[in-house]
Design a binder for this molecule. Structure first.
Ligand code: SF4
Ligand code: SF4
Length: 177
């Protein structure tokens, strides 16, 4: 929130709050905020974090859920979350327990519904295979994600076992401001 309020072009920040504690914390944070209030050290840390994430995250989905509900039952953010988790794991040197963790993450994709029959038992939790490419979700995504294309690529990796580096390029644009 401090980063958002630091930006001169931002006049209003909308934040989802689910409890009174969150409201109190956001109000306290707002009181301590201001345009250009971040220190040089804060900006340096933020830039480093952006660098780390752009090297590891393949689909920058914010899990905001604005694209949902999908009429075909695809759980869009969950498909991207699993893929990004696999990417995060793959970027680290793995011991046997981490390899097992990666296996469990990938298994999570296979446990999602991949057909109409499976959707009947697991409604709203479809994997990329059940996308009909209607395009409805893309009109709603504030991140302008090419969801149908990204879902196809997700299935190439998580459904067909292709190497993540052969299917997804790393994000390369870093905001230098
Ligand atoms: S394009 Fe695919 S994921 Fe998006 S709403 Fe249509 S069926 Fe669902
Ligand atoms: S609307 Fe876009 S950013 Fe939000 S959950 Fe859906 S794909 Fe992700």
């Amino acid at each position: 929130m401090q980063f958002v309020w630091d930006r001169p072009e931002v006049s209003l920040a909308l934040s989802g709050m689910g409890s009174k504690q969150m409201i109190d914390e956001n109000c306290a944070s707002a009181d301590a905020s201001g345009i250009n209030a971040l220190s040089d050290d804060d900006r340096k840390v933020l830039k480093e974090i952006v660098g780390i994430y752009t090297k590891r995250i393949r689909v920058p989905c914010a899990s905001c859920m604005y694209c949902m509900q999908c009429p075909s039952g695809v759980n869009i953010p969950q498909n991207f979350a699993i893929l990004n988790n696999v990417s995060l794991q793959a970027s680290a040197k793995q011991n046997s327990s981490q390899r097992f963790y990666t296996y469990l993450i990938k298994r999570g994709y296979k446990k999602m519904a991949g057909s109409k029959y499976e959707l009947a038992r697991n409604p709203g939790n479809g994997n990329a295979l059940v996308c009909t490419k209607c395009g409805r979700c893309m009109e709603r995504c504030p991140q302008a994600r090419k969801i149908t294309t990204e879902l196809e690529k997700v299935h190439e990796v998580l459904g067909k076992g292709k190497r993540i580096d052969d299917v997804f390029t790393l994000l390369s644009t870093i905001d230098e401001k």
